[in-house]
Structure formats: structure tokens, C-alpha cells
Design a protein around this ligand. Structure first.
Ligand SMILES: [Zn+2]
Length: 307
């Protein structure tokens, strides 16, 4: 991880990491954890199970409206091709979970979207060290790792690196509650019931922290990643009863460029908030935590470059 960090070169990256978060949590703390699950959000009637969005993403940078986790989409420029979805191909089975079809979004009236979350054990997170501090979520805050993303097959390894770096800061765990890779896979971080950590000057207490893998001062936000970020935020907005209007970037609270100009721009112009609102209006987002074999299979596929 250090290598990665250093490689990122930028002082910004290092500074950010230093300054960023990090913190505790215990494993299962929150709803999302557990092996199965489905925490969720409003749910809508019923729709064909997966209505996925067929609109696939365009290679462009961001996809305003349509999106879906599952759909893959392309990644931004920087990223070669990959697509993926959070679920897609895999159909994991296992007792506990199964991958979700995909998230639906767009048109109001659609069905609740589904979001697969890779549990800590599946991405081989280290155990939490030290006590966690409880807090109550009051706002939704977006970060970036400030490390230029390379191959998405290495995303799980990067997650471990970030955690290792954060624990090296003396923090009990990775600083964020959830992390999203370039292809839209969502990784469970510290329990949401625990406040995050940061080296910047703001109190992370009350902040639901989602971090996107990448350096958005230097690269665009892949459509699949933006879609998954919106899913996580939509889920959290309903789950913790905090409105989409609280969606902001780290830079809105502390002296940092995080989450990078490109992602910050999507927050500032209302694009992200609007995507979150659309998901909620469409029935919300249901999460399914991938644990056990299902989680291991998912991570193995990501690491093999299949997803
Ligand atoms: Zn940040």
C-alpha cells in the first residue's frame, strides 16, 4: 500500500491519506453486515425482478441519470475497459446471498434497486484494532482515495492497503464505512455505527463516509462507480433518515481537495444528489451483503479481472 501511495506520487495523495480518515469499527456492527441481509429501503411493489437498466452506459464520464450498478458501463477514460456490475455475472449462491441483479434506477416508479456489498471477510480485511467510537449518522460525505486507480483487478488489494495504512496511523480500522471501486463494486468498511477517522480538521462524527477508489483531481469518475456511489448514498439516506441534501464532499468540511475536482464537481452541480434522489423515488436501494463463499467468489472474480 505504501507503494501504491507513494506511487500515486502526488503529494496530494499522501497528504490526503494522512489527513484522511480512518477508523474503527467492529465487525459486524451494522445492518449491512451480516451475512445476508437485506436491509433496505422502501421497497416498491414488485417488478420483474430485475429490471435492469438497459441503458448502458456510455463511455462518457458520468451518467446523469441512468445508471445502474450492474450495468456496467464503461469507465472513464483512464480506465481501459471493464465493466461490470456489481453483480452481473456472478451469481453467487451460497446460503447467504446471491448476487443481486442490478440496480434499477431511473424512472420513477421502478422497482427498488439492489446493491451487493462485499463484506469485510470477503475482501480479507484485517481485524479491527482498538475501540470504536459510536456516533449517529446525520450527513452523507464523499471521499476519494487520492490514489490513481490502476487495474480494477487490484481493487481488493488496494482496499487492504488503505486499511493497512489507516491502521498504521493508529486508527482501529479503515476510515470509511463503504468503499466503491471503479467498476462499481462496493466494499464494507468500518461499521456504520462507528465514527470514522481523519487527519484533517473536521469531526467525522455524524458523517456516513463513502470513499471512491481513484484520484479525481487526475481522472474522471467511471459511470459504474458513480452509479454504485449513488446506490450506497441512496441506501444510507433512507436507512439513516438523512436527506440527499446532506450529500457533500470532504472538501466541504476540511481543507483538502478530497474527493477531487471531478467528483466534487458532480456534487457541486447537483448531479450526485439528483441521482440519489432518483433512486429513492424509484423505490430505494436494497442491499445484499456478500459473505461466505458468495463474497469470496465475488472477490476472486474481481481479482481475476472478470468483473
Ligand atoms: Zn476525504
Amino acid at each position: 500500500m505504501l507503494g501504491v501511495l507513494v506511487g500515486a506520487g502526488a503529494a496530494g495523495g499522501l497528504a490526503w491519506l494522512r489527513a484522511e480518515d480512518g477508523v474503527p469499527s467492529s465487525a459486524a456492527a451494522e445492518g449491512l453486515n451480516s451475512s445476508t441481509t437485506s436491509t433496505s429501503v422502501p421497497s416498491t411493489p414488485a417488478a420483474p425482478a430485475s429490471t435492469v437498466e438497459s441503458t448502458t452506459a456510455t463511455p462518457t464520464a458520468i451518467e446523469p441519470t441512468t445508471t445502474t450498478t450492474t450495468t456496467a458501463a464503461s469507465t472513464t477514460a483512464t480506465e481501459p475497459a471493464m465493466t461490470t456490475t456489481t453483480e452481473a455475472t456472478t451469481t453467487t449462491e451460497t446460503s447467504s446471498t446471491r448476487s443481486a441483479p442490478s440496480t434499477t434506477t431511473s424512472p420513477v416508479g421502478a422497482t427498488a434497486g439492489r446493491l451487493a456489498v462485499i463484506c469485510r471477510e470477503a475482501w480479507r480485511a484485517a481485524p479491527i484494532r482498538g475501540p470504536l467510537v459510536e456516533h449517529r449518522i446525520e450527513r452523507l460525505t464523499v471521499h476519494h482515495t487520492a490514489v490513481v486507480m490502476g487495474s480494477n483487478a487490484e481493487a481488493p488489494q488496494r482496499m487492504r492497503s488503505y486499511q493497512s495504512h489507516h491502521q498504521g496511523n493508529g486508527w482501529p480500522d479503515i476510515a470509511y464505512h463503504y468503499l466503491v471501486d471503479a467498476n462499481g463494486h462496493v466494499y464494507e468498511g468500518r461499521p456504520v455505527s462507528a465514527k470514522g477517522d481523519t487527519s484533517t480538521e473536521y469531526d467525522p462524527s455524524g458523517h456516513f463516509l463513502v470513499c471512491c477508489d481513484g484520484h479525481f483531481d487526475q481522472q474522471g469518475v467511471p459511470a459504474a462507480q458513480l452509479a454504485a456511489l449513488s446506490d450506497v448514498l441512496a441506501w444510507a439516506s433512507v436507512r439513516f433518515a438523512v436527506g440527499p441534501s446532506t450529500v457533500a464532499g470532504h472538501r466541504d468540511y476540511a481543507a483538502t481537495s478530497c474527493p477531487g475536482s471531478q467528483l466534487a464537481g458532480l456534487i457541486a452541480d447537483g448531479t450526485l444528489r439528483s441521482m440519489v434522489e432518483q433512486r429513492i423515488a424509484a423505490g430505494g436501494i436494497q442491499t445484499e451483503v456478500l459473505c461466505g463463499q458468495a463474497g469470496l467468489d465475488r472477490v476472486a472474480e474481481i481479482e481475476a479481472g472478470l468483473l
